[in-house]
Design a protein around this ligand. Structure first.
Ligand code: FES
Ligand code: FE2
Length: 407
C-alpha cells in the first residue's frame, strides 16, 4: 500500500558531503545565517501555550525568540529582546506571565500582545510610542497546530503551503487538538555536528541492523521518500506479528485494539522531515516532534516533545507509554552511531562514503545544503578567513549560469 514511486536518478553521485563541512567554524557561522535564521523553525505546538500569558522560549544560534499567547488568545512570536537595552525579557524554555512581561534588567513591561506597557521612570525618557517600542515581531506560521517561526526572510514559502501536500495524511490525527504530555521539552546533548545527527535520521537503511525493535515493529514494510521542496516522508507500516521484543508485541496488540483512526494512520508510524532540522512523527497513539539545535560546530542539542490525543483512554495511554519506550531505545542507538560517524572524517583512514539507493534521503538533504551554500561542493575547506567570500562568489556564478541557461 505504501510502495513508493520514488526511484533515485541513474548514476547519482553517492558520495556524502566533504568531511571538512562537519568541522568548520566558518561554515557553521554561514549555516547559522543561511539556514537557521532564514528558514522556518518548528518552535512549539499551540497546546504548549494553553492560557494567556504562557510563553515558549526558543533559541538557535545567535537568535532568541519568545512565542506568547495573548489575552485575546492569539499566539504571537517576538524576538526575546528588550527594546531598552537588549536584555532577555523572559528566560527559560517555557513559563507563564500573568498580566504583562517584565524585563529583569530595568523593569520595562510589555503587554501580552507585545506592545510596550510602561517604562520605569518614564519621565526620564522622551515619550515612547507603545507600538514603536514594543517587542519586535517574528514571522510565524501555524500548520495543524505546530508553530513555525522565521527570524529573517528566506527562500521558503509559508510552512502551511510547503507542507500542504501532507494535509490529507495528517488530518485524521487532529494534530491541532492534541495536547502536550509533561511540562518540559526533552533535550539531549551530543558533541557532534548537527548534520551528523540529521544524516543518521535521514535514511531507513540502518533500521534492520541498528534498531532491532523498530525492525520488529515495522521492518517488513518501510518506505522513505527524499526531501522534495524542503520536506520528506517516511512510512513504516506495523508488522502484523512482531516476534522479538515484548514491548513491541504488547504495543502491536494494543494498537490493533485502537479504533479512533482510519487506515493507514491506525497501523503506521509516519515521519515528516522538514528541512533543515526537524521531524514531526505521527503514531497511532501520539505525535512527537524532534529537531537538532546546533549549539557549536561540534555540539548539538536535540529538542522534542510528545503530544497525546485529547480523548486518550487507558489503552491509548498504555500504547503511548510503549511507543515512548521504543523511541527511547532508538534514540540511544542513533546517538552512538551519530558519534562514530561524526568522528570518522578526523581519521587518517577516512576516504569518503558511498550511499545506497536506500539512503537517497541523505543525499537529497545534502543537495539542498549544496544549492543554498555552494561552498559545500569544495572538496577541501577554503583557506582560513575566506569561506564566506568564496561562497558568495560561487553563488553568484551559479546564479549567472542559471540566468544564461534560462535566459
Ligand atoms: S534592558 Fe530591559 S528594561 Fe532595561
Ligand atoms: Fe535511526
Amino acid at each position: 500500500m505504501f510502495a513508493s514511486n520514488f526511484q533515485p536518478p541513474e548514476n547519482w553521485d553517492r558520495s556524502g558531503l566533504p568531511g571538512w563541512t562537519y568541522a568548520s567554524e566558518e561554515l557553521f557561522a554561514l549555516e547559522q545565517d543561511v539556514l537557521f535564521r532564514r528558514h522556518w523553525m518548528l518552535a512549539c505546538h499551540i497546546s504548549d501555550l494553553p492560557e494567556a500569558g504562557h510563553y515558549i522560549g526558543f533559541d538557535i544560534g545567535t537568535e532568541r525568540a519568545l512565542i506568547l499567547r495573548g489575552k485575546d488568545r492569539v499566539i504571537r512570536a517576538f524576538h526575546n529582546l528588550c527594546r531598552h537595552r537588549g536584555s532577555r525579557v523572559v528566560e527559560g524554555s517555557a513559563g507563564q506571565c500573568k498580566q504583562a512581561l517584565t524585563c529583569p534588567f530595568h523593569g520595562w513591561t510589555y503587554n501580552l500582545d507585545g506592545t510596550l506597557k510602561s517604562a520605569l521612570q518614564p519621565r526620564s525618557f522622551p515619550p515612547l510610542d507603545p507600538v514603536e517600542w514594543g517587542l519586535k515581531p517574528i514571522e510565524m506560521d501555524i500548520w495543524h497546530g505546530f508553530v513555525f517561526i522565521r527570524f529573517q526572510p528566506g527562500p521558503q514559502p509559508p510552512m502551511s503551503r510547503l507542507l500542504a501536500r501532507f494535509d490529507n495524511l495528517v488530518t485524521p490525527h487532529g494534530l491541532a487538538d492534541m495536547i502536550r504530555v509533561d511540562g518540559e521539552f526533552v533535550f539531549a546533548e551530543a558533541d557532534v555536528n548537527w548534520k551528523s545527527m540529521r544524516d543518521v535520521d535521514n535514511e531507513g537503511y540502518h533500521v534492520p541492523k541498528a534498531h532491532p525493535s523498530l525492525q520488529d515493529l515495522y521492518g517488513k514494510d518501510y518506505v522513505d521518500e527524499p526531501y522534495v521542496d524542503g520536506a520528506s516522508l517516511s512510512i513504516g507500516k506495523l508488522n502484523d506479528k512482531p516476534r522479538q521484543f515484548w514491548s513491541v508485541r504488547e504495543y502491536r496488540k494494543l494498537v490493533s485494539r485502537l479504533t479512533h483512526l482510519p487506515a493507514p494512520q491506525n497501523d503506521s508510524w509516519i515521519y515528516i522531515g522538514i528541512f533543515p532540522n526537524s521531524v514531526i512523527a505521527l503514531y497511532p497513539d501520539s505525535a512527537v516532534f524532534y529537531q537538532e539545535i546546533p549549539t557549536g560546530v561540534k555540539s548539538t542539542r536535540q529538542r522534542g516533545a510528545v503530544y497525546r490525543f485529547a480523548d486518550e483512554n487507558r489503552e491509548m495511554r498504555a500504547a503511548r507509554y510503549l511507543s515512548g519506550r521504543i523511541d527511547g531505545l532508538t534514540a540511544d542507538e542513533d546517538l552512538q552511531l551519530t558519534k562514530w560517524t561524526d568522528e570518522a572524517p578526523e581519521s587518517s583512514g577516512f576516504d569518503g562514503i558511498i550511499l545506497s539507493d536506500l539512503e537517497y534521503g541523505v543525499r537529497s538533504h545534502h543537495d539542498q545544503l549544496r544549492s543554498l551554500m555552494p561552498v559545500f561542493n569544495d572538496p577541501a575547506a577554503p583557506p582560513a578567513g575566506t569561506l564566506a567570500k568564496r561562497n558568495s562568489m560561487l553563488a553568484e556564478s551559479t546564479a549567472q549560469e542559471t540566468k544564461q541557461t534560462h535566459g
